[in-house]
Design a protein around this ligand. Structure first.
Ligand code: G3I
Length: 341
């Protein structure tokens, strides 16, 4: 079975692609992408540090290659991301003058959104602008431009990419306090006459701790604001993120404290992953009228960023396909969530 076929009448099914997937070097992904997915998100190649390395000098080559790949395989594309405090090119941090900073901000959004206009179907316009308590993160954008920057970003994006769905994207924004902050952002945008079409719930969750109730409430509450919901970066981390006996950032040394499954994944974990994914997709299906898209943050386990975070070199198992690209029990559980009601 194929995810995109099974969920065809419900929502789009996507995966994040990085350079090996875009270029076909990743053979397992080359088979899976056209077979399983109908939308893709560039995991890294459309971030500011990649597109705009030197002030005023844009390098669209890798982003364009992703677009060409998507076109060849009839995939939609979600642009990621126009405004994010992280992965900014170094020059941005050196801009002292506020007017110059505003020029960078305006020019970046305009140039990038115009370049990809008609080529991407949606944009994560602003990414991760909120603190966990729902207040605005004290990012370089807030510091230099004030609260108004989110409205400005959406207005600039709407002008440059008129037929593109515009999203606000964040993690943990299914949690009540952050969700409330996110709803305030939507309301501010609407009040200011800016267009926002959807909210992205990233969906970086943890095995056995997926906040199902908060997720369902969030889908309902965001939809009640008149916007679509997308699950934009779905994965379920099976490894502990708080680790003892290893320094965060230090390469994995093979110790069981930082990876209890260093000698392989027990069946019980495999089954729990399948059960968590099944429960999630049952929620998504129940609210399919509110959900535009469900995108996984990667195609298969070998590609996942979670192999390198917070400890580089650990093996993680967060996705539906294994390192050889074979469907896991979680894959069949997701399919069954739709077919065996
Ligand atoms: O490609 C280079 C490689 O050539 C080089 O040798 C290596 C050395 O560090 O770096 C490689 O690039 C890394 C890239 O991942 C590919 O693996 C970057 O340093 C690293 O910063 C980058 O991390 C990405 C991270 O965002 C930061 O941009 C991850 O791929 C990506 O999965 C992650 O995605 C974010 C979303 O954009 C926003 N939400 C959270 C999510 C997870 O952190």
């Amino acid at each position: 079975p194929s995810l995109k076929e099974v969920f065809k009448s419900d929502f789009l099914i996507g995966a994040a692609l990085n350079w090996p997937q875009i270029t076909g070097k990743d053979r397992a992904a080359a088979v899976l992408i056209p077979q399983q997915f109908n939308t893709v998100t560039p995991e890294d190649v459309m971030k500011a540090e990649r597109l705009h390395p030197v002030w005023g000098t844009y390098d669209f080559s890798k982003g364009d290659q992703l677009i060409a790949y998507a076109k060849r395989h009839k995939l939609q594309v979600n642009g990621h991301t126009l405004v994010w405090h992280s992965q900014l090119p170094p020059f941005v941090h050196r801009i002292q003058n506020i007017d110059s900073f505003r020029t960078f901000f305006t020019d970046h959004i305009k140039t990038v959104a115009e370049h990809f206009s008609g080529k991407v179907q949606s944009w994560d316009v602003v990414n991760e602008a909120l603190n966990e308590d729902g207040t605005l993160r004290k990012s370089i954008f807030l510091t230099k431009l004030g609260d108004q920057y989110i409205v400005d970003a959406f207005k600039l994006a709407a002008a440059a990419a008129p037929n593109t769905a515009l999203y606000y994207n964040d993690y943990n924004n299914e949690q009540p306090a952050k969700r409330a902050g996110c709803i305030r952002v939507i309301q501010e945008l609407k009040k200011a006459g800016a267009r926002i079409d959807g909210v992205g719930i990233q969906g970086h969750w943890h095995l056995g701790k997926v906040p199902f109730k908060a997720i369902e409430e969030s889908i309902e509450q965001y939809a009640a604001q008149g916007v679509k919901v997308a699950i934009t970066e779905l994965d379920i981390n099976v490894l502990p993120t708080k680790v003892t006996g290893a320094e965060v950032g230090q390469h994995f040394k093979g110790d069981a404290a930082s990876n209890p499954y260093v000698n392989g994944l027990p069946d019980s974990i495999r089954q729990q992953l399948a059960a968590d994914y099944a429960t999630l997709f049952r929620i998504f299906l129940k609210h399919k009228d509110k959900i535009a898209r469900v995108t996984f943050w990667g195609v298969h386990d070998a590609q996942s960023w979670l192999n390198d975070w917070p400890i580089p070199g650990r093996r993680n198992y967060p996705l539906l396909f294994d390192r050889q690209g074979k469907p896991k029990s979680a894959f069949y559980a997701v399919i069954d969530a739709k077919l065996k009601k």
